[in-house]
Design a protein around this ligand. Structure first.
Ligand SMILES: C[S@@+](CC[C@H](N)C(=O)[O-])C[C@H]1O[C@@H](n2cnc3c(N)ncnc32)[C@H](O)[C@@H]1O
Length: 357
């Protein structure tokens, strides 16, 4: 991976810098031996299914280890590195927490088409924005690395309306479909929306689970909402917290199905679906390209605050000092990317990775 390719792909400057810092970090492994990554893996049925068919990969979720809290810069750096370690054709599944994005929380989250980021005074909305924006960057990196990625959300999610997804749809061709988890034996029929860079992959899922008859839906007996008529005679519904939370967990059959089609398509190249920007000179070094085209950094992706930590030492973006390359080098040599504690910025160091042997 070089700066020229990243520029041609229209990668955001902060991501280019992050990837350079990760590449130069000698304390983390860089071997390319991953065949899947499951981000927000929860009960990990997809990872289990991949491992059952002998694939090696990583599952990342807050519930596995606090070090995997993706609001932490260190965890974000770790996932970026896990994606860089994937073999081309590998599958990356991401199911970001939908609490602040679902239709049901719209009244509290305050997300609207005019203000998609919602009421950021609420922590759950702010965290939802951070996790979603980071997931968009991960999806971009997957496409760049020739990996198949899928983002799963409940139907009605506000995720595609977030500004970082609007950006993503502008630089990559992204495809969407819907499916019923009830087809795979989930307690409720629950409709999900999937985004991906590979239409053929989505088509296989849609063929299997894109339709569920009313009769079959009625056979799933777990209700996710309580419907009632209030004292003014108005129809209302309230989400059932426990049932909604459990409905996010994939049934084993879904894991098996995803692993089987991912393995089937491993050797099929992932469609690139984008036009490269060929206007950059090809005879410059990474350093020269970075100096000439990535500075000043510009949009610091403030909604991905982890990126800020990499600029801490140079004062960016608080006072908008221009970073030049020696400062970037200084950042690396002074240890930010090498795992030394950085006040509130978190520590970027290798931590326990859940992978098959
Ligand atoms: C929609 S659920 C995905 C569930 C998963 N698909 C499964 O089969 O169990 C979202 C997941 O995100 C995880 N999560 C929430 N906040 C997180 C964070 N800050 N960092 C990492 N994972 C987080 C939760 O633990 C939860 O498992």
């Amino acid at each position: 991976m070089g700066v020229l390719e990243l520029l041609r792909w229209r990668a955001p400057n902060p991501l280019i810098l992050l990837l350079l810092l990760i590449q130069w970090n000698q304390q983390i492994p860089h071997t390319i031996d991953r065949q899947f990554v499951e981000v927000f893996s929860g009960v990990g049925e997809v990872s289990r299914a991949f491992r059952d068919v002998g694939r090696r990969g990583t599952s990342i979720d807050l519930c596995l280890d606090g070090a995997f809290d993706l609001t932490r810069p260190s965890a974000f750096g770790l996932v970026l590195n896990e994606i860089l370690r994937c073999k081309p054709g590998s599958t990356v599944l991401m199911a970001p927490d939908c609490r602040s994005l679902s239709r049901m929380s719209r009244h509290t989250s305050g997300r609207t088409y005019l203000s998609p980021l919602g009421n950021q005074g609420y922590l759950f909305v702010k965290i939802g924005n951070i996790l979603s924006a980071r997931t968009a960057l991960l999806a971009f990196l997957c496409s760049f690395c020739g990996l198949r990625w899928v983002i799963e959300q409940p139907e009605g999610t506000f995720l595609p309306q977030l500004p970082r997804y609007q950006w993503l749809f502008g630089v990559l061709k992204v495809f969407a479909t819907t499916m019923y988890m009830g087809v795979f034996g989930s307690g409720s029929p629950k409709k999900h929306r999937l985004l991906s860079n590979d239409p053929a992959f989505l088509e296989k899922i849609h063929d299997k689970a894109g339709f569920m008859s009313r009769v079959d839906q009625a056979k799933c007996d777990t209700k996710l909402v309580h419907r009632y008529i209030d004292k003014n005679g108005k129809r209302r519904c309230t989400g059932l917290k426990k049932e909604l939370k459990e409905s996010a967990n994939y049934p084993p059959a879904f894991g098996d199905f995803i692993a089987s089609i991912a393995v089937e398509m491993e050797a099929v190249p992932v469609p690139m679906n984008m036009h490269l920007d060929e206007s950059f000179p090809i005879d410059l070094t990474d350093l020269e390209l970075f100096r000439r085209f990535c500075l000043p950094i510009g949009d610091p992706w403030k909604d991905v605050p982890g990126i800020k930590c990499f600029f801490w030492q140079s004062g960016y973006p608080t006072n908008h000092t221009r970073i030049d390359f020696p400062q970037v080098r200084q950042l690396v040599s002074c240890g930010i990317a090498l795992g030394l504690p950085m006040g509130c910025c978190g520590v970027f160091r290798p931590c326990k990775i859940y992978a098959s042997a």
